[in-house]
Write a protein that binds this ligand. Structure first.
Ligand code: ADP
Ligand code: MG
Length: 251
């Protein structure tokens, strides 16, 4: 068991207001690590701190440390585009580019210089299969991505992220707008993918966390209330607030 991500008393403030306070946790290689909790708890802030997308926010300050593969992301000079490739992100709302299904996936590898047609074809097939979308689109790869359903678009966005060969997938409520069938397909994809990548899944759906994650963290108002093995957190939480949240009494 290797530790992939480690937060050590990590905190984030926007202007003076704390969004995350004193977070200490580890994410292990090849697990699905779920983060649950009500809106405003700092879940997105945590994900965006990991690939340093949050650098774009002015007047944001950091406390403590956040490590990826042992590298202290806010103390050591980091190659930011490479960091964002290695920690690939999928957002709540799918945002395909207005090109074909094929080009949505091939764009990233092309920009990295992997432009041979046969190689690209292989990447497109491999990533669409991994995202459980291949069977639905294999005969119409030149169709505009915008013609796909919302659930298909989200799986395309997952495939596009996978085409850059990430080590970690950061997913921010990826199924929040999706129907149950698309949600099930994404859950199936993530369960398969964890053999190759580490998954950090922010979800507003506690049942999703209980179905597919190995460990779960509960964030409340910027604090880490509890982190433990998912089965344990859902059957025998150690904090009363966790029990209240998972049984639907708030949030
Ligand atoms: N760019 C930002 N500028 C200022 N405050 C922000 C910004 N992003 C988030 N916040 C604040 O930080 C807190 C945590 O937000 P967020 O990380 O989005 O939580 P969650 O994803 O759990 O809903 C909230 O109080 C939110 O208003
Ligand atoms: Mg959020």
């Amino acid at each position: 068991m290797t530790v992939r991500i480690e937060a050590r008393s990590f905190g984030v403030r926007y202007r003076a207001a704390p969004a995350l306070k004193d977070i200490s946790l580890e994410v292990r290689s090849n697990e699905i690590f779920a983060i649950i909790g009500p809106a405003g708890g700092g879940k997105t802030t945590f994900l965006r701190s990991l690939n340093r997308i949050n650098d774009l926010v002015p007047e944001r300050s950091i406390e403590g440390a956040l490590l990826f593969d042992g590298i202290d992301l806010y103390r050591v000079p980091v190659d930011i585009p490479e960091l964002r490739r290695r920690l690939g992100m999928v957002f709540a709302v799918p945002v395909p580019l207005p090109g074909s299904i094929y080009d949505n996936i091939a764009l990233g590898p092309r920009l990295r210089g992997g432009g041979r047609r046969a190689d690209l074809d292989a990447v497109v097939e491999r990533t669409l299969r991994a995202a459980t979308l291949w069977d639905e689109v294999k005969d119409r790869l030149s169709l505009s991505a915008l013609r796909l359903s919302g659930g298909q678009q989200q799986r395309l966005c997952l495939a596009r992220t996978l085409a850059l060969d990430p080590d970690v997938l950061l997913l921010d409520e990826p199924c929040s707008g999706l129907d149950p069938i698309s949600t099930a397909k994404i859950e199936e994809a993530l369960t398969e993918l964890k053999a190759r990548v580490t998954v950090v899944l922010v979800t507003n759906n506690v049942m999703q966390a209980s179905r597919i994650s190995d460990r779960t963290a509960f964030f409340l108002q910027g604090e880490l209330v509890e982190v433990s093995e998912t089965r344990r957190l859902f059957t025998n939480p150690s904090d009363r607030r966790t029990l209240e949240y998972i049984s639907g009494r708030f949030g």
